[in-house]
Ligand binder design. Structure first.
Ligand code: KG4
Ligand code: ZN
Length: 378
């Protein structure tokens, strides 16, 4: 790829009728590939999106095993790239760029996807874009909905729980984040302790469906506090203690605890979001758009509680469809396409970053805080 300045590159691609970008995602336990078309007016068409889950191979361990994940990505990625291009009905020569998650995430998986993308960029002579996985989630509602900037974002996944003001591509301000565990991580650990299986979020949700959410009294950390941060470790510990006291043979007791836990997470997410909505209202051109994204956004109880909150606070809720809540290649291809038309491409020396905060400003001010203690993507 000949060396071109950012402005020249932007001019080259933003004036095209459309750009076609291949996206690769391999930062945790999904190997995902996709081809996305971005039209000149910003409309998006997902031509293919393939997600190969590793749930089965990690299930016996009750969590993602990084070494096993990396091997599985290596075995699958080549075939899935071919499938995404075939399914999209385009030729290799039609691709304008290749984008891959270059962090944050489990380093073995990130390297696998990024190296595959580098190889393609060289052999096809097209630009390479290293995408922040969190930016993929942040832009994911734009795959299917009209969602102009700015908007308030609740990003809830296995490794992150953050409230951000999204002002543009690469332009994020963090309003709050978890000081310990991420929401998805709390679901996963609770499911593991209760013996519900892996991945924990959907397992807890299934079990909760027949339970009484008021049956067990559990804490709501930071509820009502004048800030937008989260904490889940106290809730997790309280749920574990409550489980120890249960008659473990009673399916109803288990369902009641799962429902009570899920309700506590729901209440905390809504309470912190409510605070952030008031903050966001100052200085965002009167935008009333609220986006929830990330794996936990697939939870029906959480979605409907946020819907009610939005109705109350006069916000419009925009949530990606379930298939784009969890990790997928389409959100990475989309972030790549948005970056391509801005001339934001990377050199072949771009490195894999296990940690990579979305909001660089606050990370610079206080690198140690606010991104969760030990989530795979903290
Ligand atoms: O976004 P994602 O696929 O990967 C990360 O970037 O972390 O999110 C995965 C997380 C897991 O912790 C999983 O248990 C959680 O999302 N999750 C859910 C549900 N579906 C997935 N949590 C609660 N309810 C669900 N239905
Ligand atoms: Zn994710």
């Amino acid at each position: 790829m000949p060396c071109m300045g950012k402005t020249m590159l932007a001019d080259k691609y933003k004036n095209k009728k459309h750009v076609l970008v291949l996206g690769l995602e391999s930062s945790c336990d999904e190997t995902a590939t996709s081809v996305v078309r971005r039209f000149k007016d910003g409309q998006i068409e997902v031509l293919s999106s393939i997600v190969a889950s590793q749930d089965e191979i990690h299930a016996p361990y009750g969590g993602v095993v990084p070494e096993i994940a990396a091997r599985a990505h290596m075995q699958k990625i080549e075939g899935l790239i071919g499938k995404a291009v075939d399914k999209a009905g385009v030729g290799w020569a039609d691709l304008h760029a290749v984008a891959a998650t270059s962090g944050p995430g489990l380093i073995g998986g990130v390297i696998t996807g990024l190296m595959a993308a580098k190889g393609l960029a060289v052999s096809l002579d097209i630009p390479l874009i290293g995408v922040n996985h969190l930016e993929g989630h942040a832009l994911s509602p734009r795959l299917t909905s009209d969602c102009p900037f700015p908007y308030l974002l609740l990003l809830v996944s296995g490794g992150h729980t953050q409230l951000l003001s999204v002002k543009g591509v690469g332009d994020f301000t963090r309003l709050g984040s978890t000081v310990d565990d991420a929401a998805g991580e709390t679901f996963d650990k609770t499911a593991k302790v209760m013996g519900l299986g892996f991945p924990g979020g959907p397992a807890v949700e299934r079990m909760a469906s027949t339970g009484n959410p008021k049956a067990v009294k559990l804490p709501r950390p930071f509820f009502g506090k004048p800030h937008a941060d989260f904490s889940f470790s106290g809730l997790k510990t309280a749920t574990m203690r409550a489980y120890d006291k249960l008659d473990s043979n009673s399916k109803q007791d288990k369902a009641d605890l799962a429902a009570s836990f899920q309700q506590a997470v729901c209440d905390v997410l809504c309470d912190r979001t409510k605070y952030a909505m008031d903050k966001f209202n100052h200085g965002n051109n009167g935008s009333r758009r609220f986006v929830v994204a990330g794996g936990v956004a697939a939870n029906a109880c959480i979605r409907s509680a946020l819907e009610a909150l939005c109705a109350d606070k006069n916000f419009i809720l925009i949530a990606p469809p379930l298939k784009y809540c969890g990790d997928n290649g389409a959100m990475i291809a989309l972030a790549g396409a948005e970056r391509l038309v801005l001339g934001l491409v990377d050199g072949l020396d771009v490195s894999a970053r296990p940690r990579w905060p979305l909001d660089q400003d606050s990370a610079d001010k206080n690198p140690a805080s606010g991104f969760g203690k030990k989530g795979p993507k903290s």
